[in-house]
Design a protein around this ligand. Structure first.
Ligand SMILES: Cc1cc2nc3c(=O)[nH]c(=O)nc-3n(C[C@H](O)[C@H](O)[C@H](O)COP(=O)(O)O)c2cc1C
Length: 180
């Protein structure tokens, strides 16, 4: 496929998010011709409400679904919150899961990576994100299981850690190889 596009979702809203920085590393190290587009409006989505999900759905939801429809794949970069998926990301999954059986990411490859401050790097958060997206419609790439303990960064940007850069590059490479 020529010049594939990957939609990127970050599960943390904070400006100095390490996961946002990790998403930047993914964009910087992506193979030539692959463009990563961050959909940076998860905080604007209303809480999912089936009553509001129809032709008159809120504009941020339309924007999310359009970005997903235009993408060939998706990369999710998320911390773990209280042993699970940050609410803002779960809400986006719910919007992307509808229309039922025909969501905008249906059948498209999706990979999940992330970093959290806990010693296991937020593995429950990334595992549960894979589980939930697996129900919601995309084709989750189970081989990508990168959950990095935030302590390895020692307060520096992830791009300054060569091992992390290589791991992120490999994760994106695996995802790109799954694009049909
Ligand atoms: C509400 C909340 C819940 C958290 N729960 C966990 C957790 O269950 N496991 C963990 O490793 N870190 C947890 N953390 C710490 C995060 O890993 C840490 O704040 C991380 O830097 C968040 O990612 P960010 O830098 O992308 O915002 C939590 C943080 C917050 C704010």
């Amino acid at each position: 496929m020529a010049d594939p596009t990957i939609m990127v979702l970050v599960g943390s809203l904070r400006a100095a998010s390490t996961n946002r920085q990790l998403a930047a590393v993914a964009a910087e190290t992506a193979p030539a011709g692959v463009s990563l587009r961050l959909f940076d409006r998860l905080g604007e989505l209303p809480f999912y409400n089936e009553d509001d999900d129809g032709d008159a759905v809120a504009e941020p939801v339309r924007a999310l679904r359009s970005a997903a429809a235009e993408a060939d794949a998706a990369l999710v970069v998320t911390p773990e919150y209280n042993g699970s998926i940050p609410g803002v990301l779960k809400n986006a999954i719910d919007w992307l899961s509808r229309p039922f059986g025909d969501g905008a990411l249906k059948g498209k490859p999706l990979a999940v990576i992330g970093t959290s401050m806990g010693r296991y790097g937020g593995v429950w958060g990334t595992d549960e994100t894979r589980k939930s997206f697996g129900v919601a419609g995309p084709r989750v790439i189970e081989d990508v299981t990168l959950s990095i303990p935030g302590t390895v960064f020692e307060g520096r940007h992830p791009r300054e850690n060569a091992d992390v850069v290589q791991q992120v590059r490999d994760a994106v490479g695996t995802l790109v190889a799954e694009i049909g």
